[in-house]
Design a protein around this ligand. Structure first.
Ligand SMILES: [Zn+2]
Length: 438
């Protein structure tokens, strides 16, 4: 894209951000996303708006999606795509037999599996180009899936409205694992396999073995999935040419299959698995820029213990948190008690929501779930536990470690550990900043 082509998009982003960021800054950033990281235009625009705290849905220009842009749990997706395959299937819904369609859509960037729940509304065959409006995405086995429901419209377009699908061929770009972003294709990475395991998955009715685990370098770590057996072992240092990345709940993941070139290196200088797994301290702003992180450590002030913290009850069927003894899906049920903290952490650069599960919450309270049940019974209110947590935690400096995912509601850390610190975080942040300025 040249300057002229990029200009309207820079304006669109600046406008979506309420003109709070200069066009020059936006242009520089957009250029780097597009040319250095090779992120698709739509993804780049949304990431930049999100990064500056704006709302990506305010973007208006040229963000008809391409398939490689799709992420799980999008509610209103418009696509122009070619039907790569389409099949019928009968399913039973509440005792009534119904026909649905499933198959694959493709465009020049990628392919995506789809399910159309209203088969009558869609009269298409293999090779057709269709304009889809108001579809939605879900995640299925770590992959994005497109769903066409009763609000979705499908119109046939001329077959030459789209070029035939060809996977993009270009030389791989070297990327450090800490800089991996969703939606990159043809990347080259060097990393150490920290863990690996195999499992069988069902891909369009065929059994396949996928090898997945954690890979890392000195800049970060990422989950990976290898769709072919490269005989990788724990601790191997590997060079992968021709991988790609997808996001899973905002966390970029590395994928590669038998089109990739995988080579095992003997590089004695490469960081050990132990070094890679050491806690990596990150600023929340940095995590937001990356769109999520695997195994990040943050330090900040816990500024709020949100509603839904403390003693909660879950639906025994679906594990959702009950509101007034009622599950959104299963109605009034006999809830299973649980403990958690849903907190807001601010580290001076940005804020995120953190979820602390039962074991961590018990540790912070120095009380078991049973003790909390007794306390709540005595006080005749479940809220006492949340109050106790708020007294204990609000305004305290904390260190949390875990995976951070992101969606339209912002960043969320599922904490694996949490600790109240004895240090002055403000002072520390000041010190870090002045070190940087020196
Ligand atoms: Zn339920």
């Amino acid at each position: 894209m040249d300057k002229e082509q990029i200009a309207p998009h820079v304006k669109d982003i600046t406008r979506a951000l309420g003109n709070k960021v200069s066009e020059a800054d936006v242009e520089r950033e957009l250029n780097s996303y597009l040319t250095v990281y090779r992120v698709p235009l739509g993804t780049a625009k949304r990431s930049i708006v999100k990064k500056h705290g704006g709302n990506p849905s305010l973007l208006s220009l040229g963000v008809q999606k391409t398939i490689i842009d799709l992420t799980p749990n999008e509610f209103s997706v418009d696509l122009l795509a070619r039907v790569v395959s389409v099949n019928e299937r009968e399913i039973e819904v509440e005792g009534v037999t119904k026909t649905i369609l499933y198959g694959i859509f493709g465009d020049s960037t990628a392919t995506v599996p789809f399910t159309a729940w209203e088969a009558d509304a869609m009269d298409v065959e293999k090779g057709d180009v269709v304009k889809i409006q108001n579809a939605y995405t879900k995640e299925f086995r770590g992959e994005v899936q497109l769903n066409l429901g009763n609000r979705t419209s499908v119109e046939k377009e001329s077959r030459d409205a789209l070029p035939p699908y060809e996977p993009p061929e270009r030389p791989p770009t070297s990327v450090e694992l800490g800089n991996l972003r969703g939606g990159m294709s043809s990347v080259s990475v060097v990393g150490r396999i920290v863990s690996i395991e195999s499992r069988e998955v069902d891909v369009e009715g065929q059994k396949k073995t996928v090898f997945s685990g954690l890979i890392g370098d000195s800049t970060g770590k990422a989950q990976f999935s290898a769709w072919a057996d490269f005989e990788l072992k724990e601790n191997d240092v590997v060079k992968i040419d021709g991988g790609y990345s997808k996001t899973w709940r905002g966390i970029p993941q590395l994928g590669f299959d038998n089109r990739a070139n995988v080579e095992i290196l003997t590089d004695a200088d490469f960081p050990s698995a132990e070094d890679i797994m050491k806690p990596s301290r990150m600023w929340i702003e940095e995590i937001a820029e990356r769109g999520g992180a695997v195994d990040a450590t943050i330090r900040g002030i816990l500024i709020d213990v949100k509603e839904g913290s403390g003693l909660i009850f879950r639906c025994p069927e679906c594990n959702r948190v009950l509101r007034k003894g009622t599950c959104r899906i299963h109605g009034e049920v006999d809830g299973t008690p649980d403990l958690r903290v849903k907190a807001v952490i601010d580290d001076g650069s940005a804020a995120l929501t953190a979820i602390l599960g039962k074991e961590i919450t018990e540790g912070l309270l120095e009380k078991s779930l049973e003790d909390c049940m007794d306390g709540a019974k005595e006080a005749m209110s479940h809220e006492v536990i949340r109050d106790e947590l708020a007294d204990l935690l609000v305004a305290q400096p904390v260190e949390l470690r875990g995976n951070v995912t992101s969606d339209d509601y912002g960043l969320m850390m599922i904490s694996e550990s949490a600790e109240v610190l004895e240090i002055d975080v403000h002072e520390e942040a000041q010190k870090l900043l002045s070190d940087l300025e020196e």
